[in-house]
Ligand binder design. Structure first.
Ligand SMILES: Cc1cc2nc3c(=O)[nH]c(=O)nc-3n(C[C@H](O)[C@H](O)[C@H](O)COP(=O)(O)OP(=O)(O)OC[C@H]3O[C@@H](n4cnc5c(N)ncnc54)[C@H](O)[C@@H]3O)c2cc1C
Length: 401
């Protein structure tokens, strides 16, 4: 195992400043590229390459392996910044950073070193969890892992695999077929080098209405052999390890939609300044415009404060895992739904021109619709939050009687 000297606090602060500035510069580049790529749904391969070259994809490599060891709050800030330039890039990056941020503890030392050495050297990790058969209930996968002498063989169809074209590694979920393990405790997760033998292939190419440049293809997994050493968490315990990492998924996804809403607000304000028509000398003087801008600004202030609070202070799972998961749902639910409202207001402030020109604002309008559909969906988030508040175990069955 490589042992690396830790950077001083001052050096780390400087590195952080550098990462933030690079993310800001790249957001502007990505926005310009999106002007061409969005309508054709061209995958953001160039953007991922730039993020790798800028050291951003490696920001969560642990310090003991020579990395920056980014915190959850720092990860959220970088994702949010990138999202101001391109939702597809930010979402694709978010999955990689969520995985690399949340796998630093609890996994076997050899797999850990394999993963983070690769990420330090430019690897890009994706997480096809959602199965065709089980949707967002990815703790009950329809992809199966059959036990063989030296490991497992995986079969199934992954419904969404964001970033597949850029991936070097896949973190794949599957259900072990052993009879003694009942779902969801048969859930297993494997770190797999992207196969080149056709055992993982695009079954249906992505043609998304929102986030069109994410390359979130459906993948067919056929006869994929994985070693027993590739399993990330102990058999039977994977759902618990997932629950204790839910803060990464929820806050990372929230950051994408907050960044989009921030950019929509700025665009609406910029479009209004200096705008007039034959009836109105200055559109800024209209009360409706002022009120809408005030609503957006207040909503963004609240969303930012909430997400910062959670990303800094609600990160320790503690003893009560289901309550912790319910807690992490709060910013995910609030921010992704509030982001839709902010972007809708921005569209109303700009008016029909926002649609006529197919510009950045109309891209954001499409992208922001994906937020509440991502895990935990609105229904699941409401169920967890509501049941925790009322003292009901959200995973007890039957769930509604
Ligand atoms: C742009 C994009 C990219 C994505 N990329 C990835 C990726 O890279 N990897 C990945 O794993 N996934 C990815 N997803 C999938 C995502 O994580 C969700 O799983 C998915 O959006 C849920 O959609 P579904 O069609 O599977 O819906 P379903 O989960 O089938 O839900 C349909 C409806 O039923 C409700 N419902 C379903 N199950 C329950 C339940 N148990 N209790 C209460 N209500 C329920 C839902 O709330 C919803 O209203 C992506 C999604 C999008 C939109």
């Amino acid at each position: 195992m490589t042992v690396t000297a830790l950077p001083s606090a001052a050096a780390r602060t400087e590195q952080w400043q550098c990462l933030r500035e690079r993310a800001q510069d790249l957001a502007a580049t990505f926005e310009a590229r999106g002007a061409d790529g969005y309508e054709t749904g061209r995958f953001v391969a160039d953007n991922i390459r730039d993020l790798t070259a800028a050291g951003i994809t490696a920001m969560n490599v642990p310090a003991d392996l020579g990395g920056f060891d980014g915190s959850l709050a720092e990860t959220v800030e970088i994702i949010k910044t990138v999202a101001t330039g391109c939702g597809s890039t930010a979402f694709t990056l978010a999955i990689h950073l969520i995985l690399t941020g949340s796998l630093r503890q609890d996994i076997d030392a050899k797999v850990r070193e394999r993963l983070y050495t690769a990420v330090r050297d430019g690897a890009f990790v994706i997480g096809p969890f959602t199965d065709e058969g089980s949707g967002s209930n990815w703790a009950m996968p329809s992809t199966v892992a059959r036990r063989v002498d030296d490991g497992f063989v995986l079969e199934g169809v992954k419904h969404f695999s964001t970033g597949f074209d850029a991936a070097t590694h896949l973190v794949l979920t599957a259900g072990l077929t052993d009879e003694h393990l009942e779902p969801p405790f048969n859930l297993a997760v494997f770190l797999v080098d992207k196969p080149t033998d056709g055992s993982v292939a695009v079954a249906r190419p992505w043609a998304g209405f929102a986030m069109p440049m994410t390359g979130s293809h459906s993948l067919r997994i056929a006869d994929l052999a994985v070693s027993a050493d590739d399993m990330l968490f102990p058999e039977g315990l994977t759902p618990l390890f997932f629950m204790s990492r839910q803060q990464w998924g929820h806050y990372g996804f929230s950051a994408v939609f907050l960044g989009l809403a921030e950019r929509a607000y700025t665009l609406a304000v910029e479009a209004t300044r200096g705008r007039r028509n034959t009836a109105v000398k200055d559109l800024r003087l209209m009360p409706g415009v002022q009120f809408a801008v005030a609503q957006m600004r207040s909503a963004l202030g609240t969303m930012n404060a909430l997400l910062t609070e959670y990303a800094e202070r609600h990160i320790d799972p503690g003893e009560d895992l289901t309550r912790f998961v319910a807690d992490t749902c709060v910013p995910k639910y609030f921010v992704t739904n509030e982001a839709v409202r902010v972007v809708t207001l921005a569209m109303q402030v700009v008016g029909g021109s926002a649609i006529r020109e197919r510009g950045r604002l109309s891209q954001i309008w499409r992208d922001v619709t994906a937020g509440p559909l991502l895990p935990f969906t609105n229904d699941l988030a409401r169920e967890f939050i509501g049941k925790a508040a009322l003292g009901i175990d959200p995973i007890a069955t039957p769930r509604w009687l």
